[in-house]
Design a protein. Structure first.
Lengths: 475, 772
C-alpha cells in the first residue's frame, strides 16, 4: 500500500537511562570490543570504541583480538570495496565507562552485510563477545543471519531512542564544534579566517559566542551571523567553507565548499560565500530533528528523554540516489552529489518566471522560485538538452526543498524554532545544507533556524553503543 | 486518449462541442499546458407551455399554447491545448453573423498559457485579451460549482461500493483548503467568496510526474504515463518498511508495506533493470503521497477540515485519487477525507467566465447542470482507449463539455427539513445497489419508445417532430448506456436522476410537455366527478370520513402515467376513480399509520398550516388532493398546494393548478371561501421532476412556509414519497402517502402491486427542555 512513513503523535519517553559516566559501575560493563551498529536501509553505520589502555598487555587472548581489530580498523581507512572510515569524524581522548580511547566512525552499504558478517567471522568478533548491539531496521532484518553465521546475538535498540541519545552524547562530548549553522556572507570583502579543527580554538569560539547568538531569543535571523561576522572576533570564529581543508584523504569530495563549479545560476538566494558558524547546543530544547537517511523521520525533542516522532516522508536520500541512478547511470551517492554540484537545475525545473514571465506578484512568489520540479522535462526538446549534471542537480534540489518544506510545517505546527538536520543524505552534500539553511530562513521570514551536526549519520550507531553500555547521557 | 499524431485539425464536427455558438455572447478561455477550456454563455430559446383561460367561456378549464422563452446557458468546452488554433478558427467562423458581439470587446483569459497564446487570440478573434489571475479564477469557479451543482464534490474510495461517494449539497461551503495540482501545486485557504490566501505550495506536482516520468521511461505523454502506472508494481522500486525491518516497525506502528524510501531500491545496481510500469507507479505514489502529506500538514496548521483537490494531475484518474485519498486518510488517521470535484477541470474556466460577467451577477441566480449537454465523468472502469468508443460524440479527441443553465427563479433548501446538511433526497443509491440499478436502467430504456410516441403525438402537426423525437431517443439511450457503464458519471445515480435526465433530454429537443393534452383531458373528466364525490364525503363523519378522504387520496394516486403497469390500464380506457379504489390493497396497508394519523387529528390541536406536494393531474389532484385539503381547511388548517414549476410526465404544474383551483372554487363554496380568505394558496415548488429534492425549492414557497408557520408536510406519490424522501426527517409532522404501482419495487418493499404506503411521522424536532 502506498504511503510514506507514519506520524506518531504519541509522546515517547525514551528508555535511555540517566547514568552519567561517573556513575558507571565498571564491572557491569560488557566485555570488549565495543561496537555500536546502525543498520539502515541503504547504509550501515558502525561506531567502534578503540581503547588506548590495552597496550603492553601481552599474552591475553582478548587483548590479542582487540589488537587485531584495532589494527584492522584503525590501520585502514577503507575496507573491502565499499567500507569507509570517516577519519575526520574520529573523536579522540574519550572516556567511556572508565576506559580511555577513541571513537571511530565507519560506514558500508547495507547490501554488503553478508561480507561484513564474513569479516566478523574472520576477525573472531564472536570469540570475545556473544552479543553485539544494533539498531536500525537491519537489527531486526539481519538478526537471524548474525545468530546463525557468527553466533552473535543482537542487542536491539529502538532507532529513534538511539538517535536522540547519540545526538546528546556526541554533542555533549564535542559541544564546542559539533553543532553549527550556515549564514550567508553579506559582502565579498569580508575576510574568512578559519580555525580548522583545532579544539582549543573552537571551544573558545563557542563559549565566547554572545548570548544572543543562539536562537533562544527567537528574534534571530540569518543576518545575525553576518552582523556578528563583521566584528573581528566573530570573523575569526566562523569557519568559511571555501578554505576549510579536507581533513581526510578518503573522502576526496567530502567537503565540496571549495568547488569552483559550485555556482548558483541565478539562485541569488544562495549566491556567494556561506559561513559555518558554531552553535551552542547546550540547552537546545525544544528542537526538531530531521533525520534524512533513505527515508526521513522528523522528531520533536522536548528534553533529554522526551521526544515524539511527528512526521516523516519517503522522499529522502534513497529517493535522491535512486532517481539519480535511474536518470544518470551514476553508481554512488558521492558521484550523484558531484554531478549535482556541476549541474543547473534551471534547465530542468520550470520556474515561476517561466510561467508568469516574472514574479507572481498576486501571491508574492518570486520569479526565480521553482514552480514545477522537472517541469521543463514535459517538453521533448528540453529533455534532449538536459545533461546528467542538470538532472542530478534538479533531483537534489527537489528532494532537499521538499524535506525543508515538510520540516518547516512540522516546526510551525510544533511551535519549535530550532531544526536540526542529520543523516547521511547531508554527507558531502553542502549544496543541500545551503538550500535547507536558505529555505528555512526564507520561508519562515527568519523565524526558523536550520542547524547541522558534524557527525551527520552516526548518531544512531553512537546512541546504540551508549544504550548498550548504559551510559552516555549528558548531565 | 493516447494520440500518436499531433495534428492540429479536428476531424469531427465541432458543432457537437461548441453548441449554440451562433447565439454566444461572452467568452472566456482558460489555457493550461495540456488542456484548454473555452467558456461562453448563450441565449437559447426554449418552448414552454402557456396555460390560460378564456373568461366567460363554457369551454375547457384552461387552454394551453406554447411560447418561446429565452434562457441563459453557460457552456464549457475542454480540449487538448494543441487544438486551440483550430478551435479559435471554428469559433470565429461561427460568429461571422454576430462578430460584433465580441469584436472590440474583451475576452477573459486565464491559466498558464494565457501569456503564450495571448497574441494568437488577439489575432484570430480580434479582441482584447484581459488576463485574469489563475488562482482567483480557480477559487471563484470552485465556489460557484460547490454552491450550485449538487454532488459536485465526492470522496473516492477504491474498491468501495460504490467507489464514489457524492457529497450532495454543502450548505456551508466555507472554509476549505483547495489543493490545485497543476505542473506545480498551490494550496489556497478559502474563507469566503472574497477572502482567500495562498498558504503554501510545492514544486513537486503534475509537471514533476510528467517530466520525470518521461525522462525515466521515454513515454511521450501524460496519459501514457498513467496507463503505465496502472500496470506497475511500486514494490520493486520503492524500499518498504519490510525491506529495512524484515517486517513491521511495530514501535512506530509502521506496517511492513509502508513505503520507507521512494525509489530506495533503484540504488541497487546489480545489473537488473527496472520495469517502466513499476517506475512510473512508484513515481505516482511518491508525488501523490507527498502532496497529500503537505496538504494534510497545512490543513492541520490552519485548522481546515475540508480539503478539495483539483488540477490536471488528478483529472479524475482513479489511481491518483486513490493515492491522494490514502495519504490524507493515513496522515489524518481517518479524520479528514480528501474531496474531489466532478468538474475539477473547469474551475478556472468557470471562474474566468464569471469574472467577465460580473454585471450579470451570477450570485443572484440559481443554476443547474444540464445533464443532456454535459459529458459526465469518464468511466474509471474502462481504459483510455475504450472511452473513445463508448460515446464517440463526447470522448473522441478528448473533448469534454459542461453546460449549466440559469434557473428562472432562485431555489433554496426547504425550511421544514430537520437538517438540510445531512438530508439526502434519494431512497435508493443505484450506484451501490446493483440489482436496483440494472432493473431501473432497463426499465427506463424499455419505456423510451412510449415516451417517443407520446412526444410525437403531442406535436404531430410539426414537420421535424419525428426527427427530433429520434434525436431525443438516441440521446437518452446514450445517457443510459453511459450510466450503465459508469453509474457515477453524473453524480449520484438514482431513480430521480434518471427521471430528470429524461425530462432534460425531452426539453433539449423541444418537447416541453408531451402529456399536455392527456392532463387536460383527465382534469376535465375528474372535475366533472368532483361534486358527487364531495357530496359523498360530506355524508360521512368521524373516522369513516377520515378514512374515505385518505382512500380518495390514495385512489387518485393510482392515475400515474409514469407507471408502466398503470399505463396499460389507462390506455385500455374506462378506468374510473371507483376502479382505482377497488385496486387498492385492503387494510392493514403495507405501511399503515392511519390510526395514529386519525388519533392525531382527533385528539390534538389542529395543524397551523399544511404544505401539500401534489403529484398527478386528473383524479389525483382533483378527487384526491382537493378533498384532503378541503378537509384540513374545514378544521382550520391553512393549506399551501405546491405544484411543479415545469412539466414532467402527467404531474400537475403550478400554472395548471392555478386554474384548476379556480374552477374547483366555482364548484365548492368552502374552497372558494378559503381561497378568498387566503387560507388556501397555490405555490410553485421550483421543481420539474416527478421526484422531490427539498434542497431546491422555490424561494417564494420557502418564505410562504416560514410565514404561515407550516407544521405539516404532505408528500404524495411514488416519486415524492418513495423514490425520494421516504427516509427524510422533518422538523414538523410529515405524512408520506403513495400507492406502489411498480411490481418490482412493491415486491422489494415486501408488498405487491397497488400496495399502500400511509406513513405518518411525528416531528423529529427535539425542543430542549431547558428552553422556557
Amino acid at each position: 500500500m502506498a504511503s510514506s512513513s507514519a506520524a506518531d503523535p504519541a509522546s515517547r519517553e525514551s528508555s535511555t537511562s540517566q547514568n552519567s559516566d561517573s556513575d558507571v559501575d565498571v564491572d557491569t560493563l560488557p566485555s570488549m570490543p565495543w561496537f555500536g551498529m546502525d543498520i539502515g536501509g541503504t547504509l550501515t553505520k558502525l561506531v567502534y570504541f578503540e581503547p588506548w589502555d590495552v597496550e603492553g598487555v601481552e599474552g591475553n587472548e582478548e587483548e590479542e583480538t582487540l589488537r587485531t581489530i584495532r589494527k584492522y580498523l584503525t590501520g585502514n581507512v577503507a575496507y573491502g570495496k565499499t567500507g569507509i572510515r570517516d577519519v575526520h569524524l574520529e573523536m579522540p581522548k574519550q572516556v567511556l565507562g572508565g576506559r580511555k580511547g577513541s571513537l571511530h566512525f565507519i560506514r558500508f552499504p547495507t547490501s554488503e552485510m553478508a561480507a561484513f558478517i564474513e569479516l566478523a567471522r574472520a576477525k573472531h568478533f564472536s570469540s570475545l563477545a556473544s552479543a553485539i548491539c544494533a539498531t536500525g531496521g537491519g537489527a531486526f532484518k539481519f538478526e537471524s543471519e548474525f545468530q546463525d553465521q557468527v553466533s552473535l546475538r543482537l542487542h536491539k535498540y529502538d532507532e529513534l531512542d538511539c538517535l536522540i541519545r547519540g545526538i546528546h552524547f556526541i554533542d555533549g562530548h564535542n559541544h564546542s564544534s559539533e553543532c553549527y549553522y550556515l549564514t550567508k556572507q553579506r559582502s565579498p570583502s569580508q575576510s574568512h579566517l578559519h580555525n580548522g579543527h583545532a579544539d582549543s580554538n573552537q571551544s573558545r569560539a563557542s563559549s565566547d559566542l554572545p548570548k544572543d547568538h543562539s536562537v533562544e531569543s527567537g528574534s534571530h535571523s540569518v543576518d545575525d551571523g553576518s552582523h556578528l561576522g563583521s566584528s573581528g572576533e566573530q570573523a575569526e570564529d566562523s569557519r568559511t567553507f571555501s578554505d576549510q581543508p579536507a581533513v581526510n584523504g578518503i573522502d576526496a569530495d567530502s567537503d565540496g565548499w571549495d568547488d569552483e563549479n559550485d555556482r548558483w545560476h541565478g539562485d541569488h538566494g544562495f549566491d556567494g560565500e556561506w559561513d559555518k558558524v558554531p552553535f551552542d547546543f547546550r540547552n537546545p530544547y525544544p528542537y526538531l530533528v530531521v533525520n534524512v537517511g533513505s527515508g526521513v523521520s522528523i522528531l520533536a525533542v522536548y528534553s533529554p528523554t522526551k521526544y515524539k516522532r511527528v512526521s516523516g516522508t519517503s522522499l529522502g536520500g534513497g529517493t535522491f540516489l535512486g532517481l539519480c541512478c535511474l536518470l544518470t547511470g551514476c553508481e554512488t551517492f558521492e558521484e550523484a552529489v558531484e554531478l549535482a554540484s556541476r549541474g543547473d537545475n534551471h534547465k530542468v525545473d520550470r520556474l515561476v518566471q517561466d510561467i508568469y514571465g516574472g514574479d507572481y506578484s498576486r501571491f508574492n512568489l518570486k520569479g526565480d522560485l521553482v514552480a514545477s520540479s522537472f517541469g521543463h522535462m514535459m517538453c521533448e526538446q528540453r529533455r534532449k538538452e538536459a545533461t546528467k549534471e542538470d538532472l542530478a542537480r534538479a533531483t537534489l534540489v527537489t528532494i532537499t526543498n521538499n524535506i525543508g518544506s515538510i520540516a518547516r510545517m512540522c516546526a510551525v505546527t510544533e511551535k519549535i524554532e530550532r531544526v536540526v538536520f542529520v543523516g547521511n543524505f547531508l554527507r558531502v552534500n553542502t549544496l543541500s545544507m545551503k538550500l535547507l539553511a536558505y529555505a528555512m530562513d526564507y520561508w519562515s521570514k527568519g523565524a526558523l533556524k536550520a542547524l547541522f551536526l558534524e557527525h551527520e549519520g552516526y548518531f544512531g550507531a553512537t546512541g546504540c553503543l551508549m544504550e548498550y553500555l548504559k551510559l552516555g547521557h549528558p548531565t | 486518449m493516447a494520440h500518436k499524431s499531433y495534428a492540429k485539425s479536428i476531424d469531427l464536427p465541432p458543432e457537437q462541442f461548441f453548441r449554440n455558438l451562433k447565439n454566444a455572447k461572452r467568452f472566456a478561455i482558460d489555457i493550461g499546458g495540456s488542456l484548454a477550456k473555452v467558456s461562453y454563455s448563450s441565449d437559447w430559446q426554449r418552448r414552454a407551455p402557456v396555460v390560460y383561460d378564456e373568461p366567460d367561456s363554457e369551454g375547457p378549464i384552461y387552454n394551453v399554447s406554447e411560447k418561446e422563452e429565452t434562457m441563459v446557458r453557460l457552456h464549457f468546452v475542454k480540449f487538448e491545448t494543441k487544438y486551440i488554433e483550430s478551435c479559435l478558427d471554428f469559433i470565429l467562423a461561427n460568429l461571422i453573423d454576430s462578430k460584433e458581439f465580441i469584436r472590440d470587446k474583451i475576452i477573459k483569459v486565464t491559466g498558464g498559457g494565457a501569456y503564450k497564446y495571448k497574441d494568437l487570440i488577439t489575432r484570430k478573434l480580434g479582441v482584447q485579451v484581459d488576463k485574469e489571475d489563475e488562482i482567483e479564477c480557480l477559487i471563484c469557479g470552485c465556489n460557484f460549482l460547490l454552491k450550485n451543482i449538487p454532488d459536485e464534490a465526492f470522496v473516492y474510495q477504491r474498491h468501495g461500493n460504490p467507489d464514489y461517494s457524492f457529497q450532495g449539497v454543502d450548505q456551508d461551503v466555507f472554509p476549505y483548503l483547495l489543493v490545485n495540482i497543476g505542473s506545480g501545486v498551490s494550496l489556497v485557504k478559502v474563507e469566503s467568496d472574497n477572502k482567500f490566501e495562498r498558504i503554501g505550495g510545492t514544486s513537486t506536482g503534475g509537471g514533476t510526474f510528467w517530466g520525470l516520468g518521461c525522462l525515466l521511461t521515454q513515454a511521450k505523454s501524460f496519459d501514457e504515463l498513467l496507463e503505465l502506472a496502472e500496470a506497475g508494481d511500486h514494490r520493486s522500486v520503492d524500499m518498504l518498511v519490510k525491506d529495512i525491518y524484515g517486517g513491521d516497525y511495530s514501535n512506530l506502528g509502521l506496517q511492513a508495506d509502508v513505503i520507507a524510501s521512494s525509489f530506495g531500491k533503484a540504488t541497487r545496481l546489480d545489473g537488473e533493470s527496472f520495469r517502466k510500469e513499476d517506475i512510473v507507479r512508484s513515481l505516482l505514489f511518491c508525488i501523490s503521497n507527498d502532496i497529500g502529506q503537505i496538504a494534510y500538514l497545512q490543513a492541520r496548521l490552519h485548522k481546515l477540515t475540508k480539503i478539495y483537490f483539483g488540477g490536471y494531475f488528478i483529472r479524475g484518474h482513479p489511481l491518483t485519487m486513490h493515492t491522494i485519498a490514502f495519504a490524507i486518510n493515513y496522515w489524518s488517521k481517518g479524520e479528514i477525507q480528501a474531496l474531489f470535484l466532478r468538474h475539477e477541470g473547469y474551475l478556472g474556466a468557470v471562474g474566468a467566465f464569471l469574472k467577465g460577467a460580473e454585471e450579470e451577477d451570477a450570485e443572484k441566480y440559481s443554476w443547474g447542470e444540464n445533464m443532456a449537454g454535459s459529458s459526465g465523468l469518464a468511466s474509471p472502469k474502462s481504459s483510455f482507449t475504450e472511452i473513445n468508443h463508448q460515446d464517440p460524440g463526447f470522448f473522441a479527441h478528448g473533448f469534454d463539455m459542461l453546460e449549466i443553465d440559469r434557473l428562472d427563479r432562485p431555489v433554496m433548501a426547504c425550511p421544514l427539513l430537520l437538517d438540510p446538511s445531512s438530508y439526502v433526497p434519494d431512497t435508493v443509491d443505484l450506484m451501490h445497489d446493483k440489482d436496483a440499478r440494472e432493473y431501473w436502467l432497463k426499465c427506463f430504456a424499455d419505456s423510451v419508445d412510449k415516451t417517443v410516441a407520446l412526444a410525437i403525438k403531442s406535436q404531430s402537426e410539426e414537420e421535424d417532430v419525428e426527427e427530433r423525437a429520434k434525436k431525443f431517443k438516441d440521446k437518452y439511450l446514450a445517457k443510459i448506456l453511459t450510466l450503465s457503464t459508469n453509474p457515477c458519471a453524473y453524480g449520484s445515480l438514482t431513480v430521480r436522476s434518471l427521471l430528470d435526465t429524461s425530462s432534460q433530454c425531452l426539453a433539449e429537443f423541444n418537447f416541453p410537455d408531451p402529456y399536455s393534452q392527456q392532463k387536460q383531458q383527465e382534469n376535465e373528466t375528474a372535475l366533472k366527478q368532483l361534486p358527487a364525490h364531495l357530496t359523498l364525503l360530506d355524508s360521512q363523519s368521524g373516522k369513516d370520513l377520515h378514512l374515505s378522504i385518505a382512500k380518495g387520496l390514495l385512489a387518485g394516486n393510482v392515475f400515474d402515467w409514469g407507471a408502466q403497469e398503470v399505463r396499460k390500464l389507462l390506455e385500455a380506457g374506462n378506468f374510473s376513480f371507483m376502479d382505482a379504489q377497488e385496486k387498492l390493497q385492503d387494510r392493514p396497508w403495507l405501511i399503515d399509520d392511519f390510526d395514529s394519523w386519525y388519533k392525531r387529528m382527533e385528539q390534538e390541536p389542529r395543524y397551523q398550516c399544511a404544505a401539500i406536494f401534489c403529484d398527478n393531474s386528473g383524479a389525483d389532484i382533483i378527487l384526491g388532493v382537493i378533498p384532503f385539503a378541503r378537509h384540513l381547511l374545514s378544521m382550520g388548517t391553512q393549506v399551501i398546494l405546491c405544484a411543479n414549476s415545469r412539466p414532467t410526465l402527467n404531474d400537475v404544474t403550478y400554472s395548471e393548478l392555478v386554474f384548476l383551483v379556480k374552477r374547483v372554487a366555482d364548484l365548492c363554496p368552502q374552497i372558494k371561501a378559503a381561497q378568498d380568505q387566503g387560507r388556501l394558496v397555490v405555490r410553485e415548488s421550483g421543481q420539474g421532476s416527478p421526484c422531490l429534492d427539498l434542497r431546491f425549492i422555490d424561494e417564494a414557497l420557502r418564505t410562504e412556509m416560514l410565514e404561515r408557520g407550516a407544521d405539516l408536510i404532505i408528500l404524495e406519490g411514488m416519486g415524492r414519497a418513495v423514490h425520494t424522501n421516504l427516509h427524510a426527517a422533518f422538523a414538523c409532522d410529515a405524512l408520506k402517502v403513495a400507492v406502489l404501482k411498480n411490481r418490482w419495487l412493491a415486491n422489494r418493499l415486501g408488498g405487491d402491486m397497488f400496495s399502500v404506503m400511509f406513513k405518518f411521522e411525528r416531528s423529529r424536532h427535539v425542543i430542549s427542555p431547558e428552553v422556557t
